[in-house]
Every structure is written in structure tokens, then in C-alpha cells.
Design a protein. Structure first.
Length: 495
């Protein structure tokens, strides 16, 4: 067997001012054929798992380019078309192949392309023809367009949010592909449109139980090869944005459709109940300040999450902490490359006037004007994230004069995955009373064990987090919460 693999992935917040060109990929991951490292990034596990599978099978794996850009705004047309044509050219040179196994994300939007992955998959299908297996792994924060479903044989999708299972789902992808290539199964995909958009953390109910049920059905139902919930990505203003349910069966599309519908209606029935309780900045700060002494309270600024494509420079929470005179505070991080540069020029120990934060977009608060003491500088700072290291760039730890508030300013946008981001600037996070971080849910596994309490906080509007009010131009209007019940009781669910 000859199998072609490649990866092209990013998550596009179409409301973000941080546009992406080729350098956006080169800064995160750009691996020409054969150059992908041994360890996978979020969307490139099909490449690394594929190496092992093909080695064990004695098959030929032809690697194309693998590229990933950290979530941000619109991808430039030339960048998308350039990477796409690079991969298509590699595929044409690799022909004939028996299968194409891809790592995608599924929420890319490029200038002139609302559905780049649909475009890529369709062109791949045109090159390889109808008889060749085409499959991909997706992030659930993606847009499952009809074009993609038509072009691919099947998808597997991370089930967990946080995405702790991206390698497991790449294993599923390859296992089903191998079984299909060796003639044991015939994967077909059935899709149910849940007509909604929501946020679905799987570390809590009702999604925890939902994911466990999907895994149990995959294990127990011999016709089911894979089940996935596409959560959807509400910051992508594209026509087919929304929550979908996928059932991949062994040649049983009607069974798959019924199952996808049943599970999809479960998600629909729980609409609005999936997301964690979220406080505003006033409530969050009051609650954190009232907490008894002991381990720190962690306040997550959930919507200013660079992992969702925002700049990560909002100051709304910091402004509230300053106004309330909060003590023992460390903020990690606020993105401001210019302020970092000024701190580096001033040097450790200097006291300088500094304006920082809230420069990227409206609704992120006001820039902070303060006299700050530069306590620590770190070139090329990194934090842990599970097994990997995440760079957050040259960084400066400053104390706001006349307060007990310290802020880490960084120069490479990164969400706050792990308390080691504080250690990197000489802060012992356990010595602080309040830790403010920028992350929606990926922080939870590492921060919860050191926290007396985790507070999810919605501060300002750096991210379009209320679909009923977001000024979409392209998103369909027939999904909850835009209307309250798009299925319309009592005929709910009738197409
Ligand atoms: Zn995601």
C-alpha cells in the first residue's frame, strides 16, 4: 500500500485583528516532507501515528508538508493557496496512492475562502478519484461543511475538550483506514445537524457523560466505527457554522443517521447547560478577594484566550483588581511586545512609566498607564503543556508601583496552559493569593491541583462569545440561540 499524508491546520477567529501569513505557520509549525518532528502537534498526529502504522505494516508512507499556525485571524489568500498547492503538488507526484490521511483542524478561514478545508478535500478527491480512501482528523471546534462530507470518506474528531485525546483519535483514524484498505470495513459517514452553537467542556457534566457514552457505543455496537461531536466554532463567521454529530458506520448509513440524530438531539436538549458557570469581572474579583488565605484562587479570563484567536491583551480584569486594591496578585500573561521591548531596554531593577495592554481591539478594556518596577526579564520564555513546551516569547515581570500586583508581559501570544509560566519569571504561584490567566479550559488540568478555587470569568468582549448578539454577516440564522428553538416543538427534530 502507498499512503499519502499531510497536515494543514489553524483555527480562524474571523473577528480577530491578528492576521495570518506564511510566517504565522513558520512561527508555529512548518515541516516540509519528512521534516516533521517525532512528537505531534495538536493537528499533526496523523503524520506521526502514520509513520508507526506504515512501518509496522511494511507500507509506503509518502509525507507531504505539515503546517500549523496558532489560532488567530483570517489567513491571507496567497498563504492558503500556496500551502494548498504545495500539498496538492506533492500528492500528484506521489500517485498512485491507495489512501490520503490528513491532519486538519477544520476552522480555517482564508481571504476568499469560507471553507478552505472543503476546497482542499475536493481538490484532493479530484486528483485521486472516487476509489481512493480520503480521511482526516479534525478538531471539534470546526465547521463541518457539506462540501467536506461529500469529499471525504470519513473523519475522526477529538472527543475531549481540553483536547487530551488528539493522539488517540489519530490512532482511530489510522485503525479505520487500515481496516478499510484491507477490506474488513467500509466506512460511511452519517451527519446530523444540531441547529445550535454552544461551548462544550468535557471535564464537567453533561458533556463528560456524553463523551463516555460515545466511547461505550463505539465499543459495544459492531456497526459503529467512530462517533464524533463537532462542537462548532462560534468565532468563525462562515455560512455553515454550528454543532453537528457524526456517526461513521461499517456500511450502515441509516443506522448511523439514526444514531447521529439521537445523540445530536441530546446535545440540543442540553443547549445552554454545557458551558461552565461564568462570573463577570466584578463578581470574580470580589469572590477571589474574599477567599480565605491558603492556596491561590485562579481566575481564568476565559474569552481573552489566545488559543481562540484573540490577542490576549485585555485589561478588564486587571483594571478591576487595581480598582479594588487587590493584593498578592500575579497576572500571566498580557501580550504587549512593544511594552516588553521597553522593559528590556530599561533593564531589570529599573522603574519606568509604562503603557501596556488593550491595544489590539475594542472591548478589551483600556491600556494601563502605570509606573512599574521591572523585576525580571526572560528571553524566549517557555511553559509546560503536558509533555510539550510552549514558547511565550521574551517576557517581562513588572510590579505596578504602589500595589501588590505583578504582571507578566509577553511577546509571543500563548494561552496560559500551566503554572510553570509563572516560575519562568521567578514567581512562585503558590505564594500568590490570586492568579489571573488567559485560557478557556485548557488550563484546568494543570491549575486546578494548585488552586483553592477556579473562577471562570467573562470580562469585556474580546471574543464574540454571545452568538445571539454577535454581528455575524455570513452565519446561518436558523441555529440556537439566534432563535430559541429552531426545531420548533412539538415537531422537534422533523427535517
Ligand atoms: Zn479545539
Amino acid at each position: 500500500m502507498r499512503v499519502f499524508t499531510a497536515a494543514l491546520a489553524t483555527e480562524t477567529n474571523t473577528f480577530s485583528p491578528i492576521f495570518v501569513d506564511r510566517r504565522g505557520f513558520e512561527d508555529s509549525l512548518y515541516a516540509p516532507p519528512g521534516q516533521h518532528p517525532e512528537t505531534p502537534t495538536l493537528c499533526t498526529a496523523p503524520v506521526t501515528v502514520g509513520r508507526r502504522v506504515c512501518r509496522e505494516k511494511g507500507w509506503t508512507l509518502i509525507e507531504g508538508t505539515a503546517a500549523w499556525a496558532d489560532p488567530a485571524g483570517l489567513v491571507s489568500r496567497a498563504t492558503y493557496e500556496g500551502l494548498r498547492d504545495e500539498i496538492l503538488g506533492q500528492l500528484e507526484a506521489a500517485l498512485p496512492v491507495d489512501a490520503v490521511v490528513l491532519g486538519l483542524h477544520g476552522a480555517m478561514v482564508a481571504a476568499g475562502y469560507d471553507d478552505p478545508e472543503g476546497d482542499l478535500l475536493t481538490r484532493i478527491r479530484e486528483i485521486v478519484g472516487p476509489g481512493v480512501l480520503v480521511c482526516a482528523e479534525l478538531d471539534p471546534h470546526s465547521h463541518l461543511t457539506a462540501k467536506r462530507v461529500a469529499a471525504a470518506d470519513f473523519f475522526t474528531v477529538f472527543k475531549e475538550f481540553p483536547h487530551t485525546d488528539f493522539v488517540d483519535r489519530a490512532e482511530d483514524l489510522w485503525r479505520i483506514a487500515v481496516d478499510a484498505l484491507e477490506g474488513r470495513v467500509r466506512p460511511v459517514m452519517s451527519v446530523f445537524d444540531c441547529r445550535m452553537i454552544d461551548v462544550f467542556p468535557t471535564s464537567r457534566e453533561p458533556m463528560r457523560g456524553f463523551v463516555d457514552r460515545m466511547l461505550a457505543i463505539e465499543r459495544d455496537d459492531p456497526l459503529v466505527l467512530s462517533l464524533s461531536a463537532i462542537h462548532g466554532f462560534m468565532a468563525g463567521d462562515v455560512p455553515e457554522m454550528g454543532t453537528k454529530m457524526i456517526a461513521v458506520t461499517d456500511g450502515a448509513p441509516e443506522h448511523g443517521a439514526a444514531l447521529a440524530r439521537r445523540l445530536g438531539m441530546e446535545l440540543y436538549d442540553n443547549r445552554g447547560r454545557h458551558v461552565m458557570p461564568i462570573l463577570d469581572e466584578t463578581e470574580a474579583v470580589a469572590r477571589a478577594m474574599a477567599a480565605p488565605a491558603g492556596r491561590p484562587v485562579v481566575i481564568a479570563d476565559v474569552w481573552d484566550n489566545p488559543g481562540g484567536g484573540t490577542a490576549g491583551d485585555a485589561t478588564v480584569l486587571l483594571g478591576e483588581l487595581m480598582a479594588r486594591g487587590a493584593e498578592g496578585v500575579a497576572v500571566g500573561t498580557i501580550w504587549d511586545p512593544m511594552a516588553v521591548r521597553l522593559c528590556f531596554v530599561a533593564g531589570e531593577g529599573a522603574t519606568i512609566p509604562l503603557r501596556f495592554g488593550a491595544k489590539s481591539a475594542p472591548f478589551t478594556g483600556a491600556p494601563i498607564d502605570a509606573t512599574v518596577e521591572v523585576l525580571r526579564l526572560a528571553a524566549g520564555a517557555e511553559m509546560r503543556f503536558g509533555e510539550s513546551l510552549v514558547p511565550f516569547g521574551d517576557s517581562a515581570r513588572v510590579r505596578l508601583e504602589g500595589t501588590d500586583i505583578e504582571v507578566i508581559l509577553n511577546s509571543v501570544r500563548a494561552q496560559s496552559f500551566d503554572p510553570s509560566l509563572f516560575d519562568a519569571l521567578g514567581i512562585d504561584p503558590l505564594e500568590k493569593k490570586i492568579l489571573v490567566i488567559k485560557s478557556t479550559n485548557h488550563f484546568y488540568a494543570a491549575f486546578a491541583p494548585i488552586a483553592s478555587e477556579v473562577i471562570y470569568c467573562s470580562a469585556g468582549r474580546p471574543y464574540p462569545n454571545d452568538p445571539a448578539r454577535t454581528p455575524y454577516r455570513k452565519v446561518r440564522r436558523d441555529i440556537w440561540p439566534i432563535p430559541a428553538d429552531p426545531f420548533g416543538d412539538p415537531e422537534r427534530g422533523e427535517e
